[in-house]
Write a protein that binds this ligand. Structure first.
Ligand code: 3HC
Length: 281
């Protein structure tokens, strides 16, 4: 039975996952490299829960309890006591591989290791561990507390039991899951990122302004955000990294990243997080 969850990485995705897991009643150990990152994550979780307190959907006491069920830690060794581990660190293969090697050594043998990677091969990450059958992708969407979906990705060696346990966990966390086989970009980013990239090309070629491109998709297709606004929300560096995974993974020029996207990333215009992307913040 899973009652304790370890989350590695306390950034946007990691703190969202910790929040949702704790709200569902799980004890959470949230690991990161510094107390400053963890303090920031807990403040973000507090702010996110406060929205629900203000809307009378959560009591002050429940809010406190959700926060108290999350134990921040700068020591990966604390993962020895958890029943399921979800990694949500930066999208870099070497960093993730190194962390999974450590988590593999620390966690009990039966514990499942899950990655929230947005596009790195689950099969490749699993092969860095001694338990590829107990390795899986668990791809949450941003903002995690709001978005219903979790894409559950089976690597080449993921067992049926691992899949079933992970799907059950996602459901207990209040999420709807879809089953996806390991392939570049899975389903979500294979479909989403080419749309964002195409919107960047439309801008690059002077077809329309950012606002007009976004308005077409918002008002014409009922998307909550236009593709350029969404790219700024996700981070242009993340979008570019995912386009590169698709481009390399399929060896197909249809996934060529837009030069404007590359240029903005080179300029440090990464979207909302840096104050400038396709829009100024
Ligand atoms: N925590 C908790 N609740 C939040 C929140 C957060 N961080 N952000 C927004 N909310 C809640 C609000 O409280 C509000 O709740 P209510 O309607 O029940 O009262 C609701 O979400 C809507 O929020 P707002 O009214 O403040 O703002 P919007 O109506 O503009 O919605 C949005 C914001 C939910 C982000 C919406 O614009 C949206 O759905 N955008 C698209 C998001 C999307 O596509 N995400 C997927 C990105 S791709 C991805 O994650 C994959 C990765 O691999 C790249």
């Amino acid at each position: 039975m899973i009652s304790k969850i370890g989350v590695i990485g306390s950034g946007t995705m990691g703190n969202g996952i910790a929040q949702v897991a704790s709200r569902a009643g799980f004890e959470v150990t949230l690991c990161d490299v510094s107390d400053a990152f963890l303090d920031k994550a807990l403040a973000t979780i507090g702010k996110s829960l406060q929205r629900d307190v203000e809307k009378d959907r959560l009591g002050e006491r429940e809010k406190r309890e959700i926060i108290e069920r999350i134990t921040p830690s700068v020591n990966l060794g604390d993962l020895a006591r958890v029943d399921f581990i979800i990694e949500a660190v930066t999208e870099e293969l070497l960093i993730k591989t190194e962390l999974f090697k450590q988590a593999d050594r620390i966690a009990e043998p039966g514990v499942i290791l899950a990655s929230n990677t947005s596009s790195i091969s689950i099969t490749k990450l699993a092969s860095a561990t001694s338990r590829p059958d107990r390795f899986i992708g668990m791809h949450f969407m941003n903002p995690v507390p709001v978005m219903k979906l979790v894409e559950i990705i089976r690597g080449a060696a993921t067992s049926d039991e691992t899949f079933a346990i992970t799907r059950d966990l996602a459901s207990k966390m209040g999420k709807t899951s879809v089953e996806v086989n390991d392939a570049p970009g899975f389903v979500s980013n294979r479909v989403l990122m080419p749309m964002i990239n195409e919107a960047a090309f439309a801008l690059y070629e002077g077809v329309a302004s950012p606002k007009d491109i976004d308005d077409v998709m918002k008002m014409g297709m009922n998307h909550p955000m236009g593709p350029l606004e969404l790219a700024d929300f996700i981070g242009l560096d993340v979008c570019l990294a995912i386009m590169n995974v698709l481009y390399d993974g399929f060896d197909d020029s249809k996934y060529r990243p837009c030069p404007l996207l590359k240029k903005y990333v080179d300029a440090g215009w990464l979207g909302r997080k840096s104050g400038r992307g396709f829009y100024q913040y």
